[in-house]
Design a protein around this ligand. Structure first.
Ligand code: NDP
Length: 291
C-alpha cells in the first residue's frame, strides 16, 4: 500500500477551511525568511501559497543574510506584540552567526507555528496539548488516517533531530508503540531497523536504508528529502536514468516498495503533510487567541 500524502493533505485542508471561515478575523501567520537559500525560498513560497488558498493572512519578513541575533530578536518580539499575527514561523536554517536557539526561544509559545519552542516541546514530553512539530505530527496523521495499527507495535525511528526524530519518537510512544530511537552512534543499525514493524527514516542521506534494514511487511515512513544531481548516483539507486535533478528519500525506493506492507513515497508522502500541519497549528493558535 502506498500512503498517499497528497490525498491526505487535501482532506486535511478541506476540513480546515470552515474553521478558518468561522473565526472573527482570518488567522495571521508571519514568516521570517533570512537569506537566499533556494530550498528555504521554495518551502516558504509553498507555505504562503497554502495560506492564501485557505484564507489565512500571511506576512513575509526577509532580513538580509548578515542579520544579527539581536536584530532577529527585535523582529520576533515585534511580531509577538502584533495583534493580527497569531502564529510565527522562523524558517530554518538560520545563518551561522545567529543564535538559533535564542531566536526560537524568543517566540511567544502561544504563537509558535512550528512547535519548536522549548515550552511546547516540554508539553509534548508531558503529553499535553500544544503546537507540535509539523513533520512528525504529519506522520502521525498519515498513520491515523490510513488506519495503521500502532498499539504495542515495535517502532524504530532513525534520526534524533529536535524537529523530526525526537518528537517523532515521543509521538509514537504516546500512541503506545514500543519505540527505539537510532542515530549515528547506534551499534548495528541494520539489526535495530529489521526489528521494526513501523520504521521511520529521518536521516538526510539518500536511499540510506536498504534491504538489510527493512523487514518484510514493515510499514516504512520515509521523511527524507534529498536532491540528487549526479546522474550516476541516481542510476545506481533507481537502476535506470533519471531526470538531472531527482528527489530521493532516506529509504531505498525500490527496496522499500519490495519489502514494506505500506510506505510513504518520496516525493508525495510526508512532505505535503508538513505544510498541512503548519496550517492546522496556525488555525489552532488563532482559535485560542481569538476565543
Ligand atoms: P538532521 O541532519 O538534523 O538529523 C539527522 C539525524 O540522522 C541525526 O540524528 C543523525 O544522528 C542521524 N544520522 C545521520 N547519519 C546517520 C547514520 N549513518 N546512521 C544513523 N543515523 C544517522 O536532519 P533532519 O532531522 O532535519 O532531517 C532528516 C531528513 O528529513 C532530511 O532528509 C530532511 O531533508 C528531511 N526533512 C523532511 C521534512 C518533510 O517535510 N518531509 C521536514 C524536515 C526534514 P546524530 O544525531 O548522531 O548526528
Amino acid at each position: 500500500m502506498i500512503l498517499d500524502g497528497i490525498k491526505i493533505r487535501d482532506q486535511i485542508l478541506a476540513e480546515a477551511k470552515p474553521r478558518v471561515a468561522a473565526l472573527p478575523r482570518p488567522p495571521g501567520l508571519a514568516v521570517v525568511l533570512v537569506g537566499e537559500d533556494p530550498a528555504s525560498e521554495i518551502y516558504v513560497r509553498n507555505k504562503i501559497k497554502a495560506c492564501h488558498d485557505l484564507g489565512i493572512h500571511s506576512e513575509k519578513y526577509t532580513p538580509p543574510p548578515t542579520v544579527t541575533t539581536a536584530e532577529l530578536l527585535t523582529l520576533v518580539r515585534q511580531l509577538n506584540q502584533q495583534e493580527t499575527v497569531d502564529s510565527i514561523l522562523v524558517q530554518m536554517p538560520l545563518p551561522a552567526q545567529v543564535d538559533t536557539a535564542a531566536v526560537l526561544a524568543a517566540i511567544d509559545p502561544r504563537k509558535d507555528a512550528d512547535g519548536f519552542h522549548p515550552y511546547n516541546a516540554g508539553l509534548l514530553l508531558a503529553g499535553q496539548p500544544a503546537p507540535r512539530a509539523c513533520t512528525p505530527a504529519g506522520v502521525m496523521e498519515i498513520l491515523r488516517r490510513c488506519q495503521i495499527p500502532l498499539e504495542g507495535k515495535r517502532a524504530v525511528v532513525v534520526g534524533r533531530s529536535e524537529i523530526v526524530g525526537k518528537p517523532m519518537a515521543l509521538m509514537l510512544l504516546e500512541a503506545n508503540c514500543t519505540v527505539t530511537l537510532c542515530h549515528s552512534r547506534t551499534r548495528d543499525l541494520a539489526a535495530e531497523c529489521r526489528r521494526a514493524e513501523i520504521l521511520v527514516a529521518a536521516i538526510g542521506k539518500p536511499a540510506f536504508l536498504t534491504r538489510e534494514h527493512i523487514s518484510k511487511g514493515a510499514v516504512v515512513i520515509d521523511v527524507g528529502i534529498n536532491r540528487i544531481t549526479d546522474p550516476a548516483q541516481a542510476e545506481r539507486i533507481f537502476g535506470r536514468q533519471e531526470r538531472p535533478s531527482t528527489i530521493v528519500g532516506d529509504a531505498h525506493p525500490l527496496h522499500m516498495a519490495e519489502l514494506a506492507s505500506a510506505y510513504t513515497p518520496v516525493p508525495g508522502g510526508v512532505g505535503p503533510l508538513t505544510i498541512a500541519m503548519l496550517m492546522l497549528n496556525t488555525i489552532q493558535l488563532a482559535e485560542r487567541r481569538q476565543a
